[in-house]
Write a protein that binds this ligand. Structure first.
Ligand SMILES: [Zn+2]
Length: 248
């Protein structure tokens, strides 16, 4: 198959327009404040629909341009870089679907960017006092995915605000709901994860984003158990997790 991106035109092939690389680099600089976006939806939307929806949801005053990309993604250009940085504090939902966003590196090919992760704030429920320090909440959240930061920074709840972690979540997999964590008395506690702002089409049966449980096919395909077992990653030497010790 012909490589459409890297072929060399020959004189008989028809018209072609050549440029200086400097000229092209300069033009591409206009796109340095841009995000790649993917709407996690079963029904495709046009660039115009996306633009109108994000202008309504974000309410940004400066200009926002939306460009469709061959692979179904969109390139969103921001006139004001501050708007772009603020938008990256998402996740965002438009048309009831999750909009995945990632800063675009202009050195990368548009169609070559794969978007399958989004950063969520995750609250951890049932942490024990011995789990509350600078390091342990982050290690517990890392069963979900790469942890970007925790808050409060100390890992100690502050003024009733719980300990939360900003985690990069793989949207193409089931969202992990809980894990066991070793306790000081040698037993194990089940720590539950609460994904904040998870307003998007979310299936409580297979724990995936993109559909609701009434339309879930995965439960039959994978024979998943809705009461799925907690994931164990921190299996330190010693006792095996025992459900009878949960929450004890
Ligand atoms: Zn499902």
């Amino acid at each position: 198959m012909e490589d459409k991106l890297n072929f060399m035109p020959d004189d008989e092939a028809g018209n072609f327009v050549d440029f200086d690389f400097d000229e092209l680099l300069q033009a591409r600089q206009n796109w340095s404040n841009s995000l790649m976006a993917r709407l996690y939806s079963e029904s495709p939307k046009s660039a115009l629909q996306i633009r109108n929806a994000i202008r309504f949801v974000w309410g940004t005053h400066s200009r926002v341009t939306v460009l469709p990309v061959d692979n179904g993604n969109f390139l969103i250009r921001f006139q004001d870089p501050l708007d772009m940085r603020w938008v990256l504090t998402g996740p965002w939902s438009i048309f009831g679907d999750l909009l995945i966003l990632q800063q675009w590196n202009p050195a990368h090919d548009l169609a070559g960017t794969v978007l399958s992760s989004e950063n969520f704030w995750v609250e951890k429920i049932n942490l024990q006092p011995e789990h509350l320090n600078r390091v342990i909440p982050s290690r517990i959240a890392s069963v979900i995915g790469p942890v970007l930061c925790i808050k409060p920074y100390s890992g100690i709840p502050f003024n009733n605000s719980p300990v939360m972690a900003r985690v990069s979540v793989n949207i193409d997999e089931s969202l992990i709901q809980d894990t066991w964590a070793r306790k000081l008395n040698g037993g194990w506690a089940t720590i539950y994860f609460n994904y904040l702002a998870l307003l998007h089409n979310f299936c409580t049966l297979c724990c995936m984003i993109g559909h609701v449980q009434e339309r879930c096919l995965n439960i039959f395909v994978n024979n998943l158990n809705p009461e799925h077992d907690p994931v164990i990653r921190y299996n330190f030497s010693g006792l095996t997790p025992d459900e009878s010790e949960d929450n004890s």
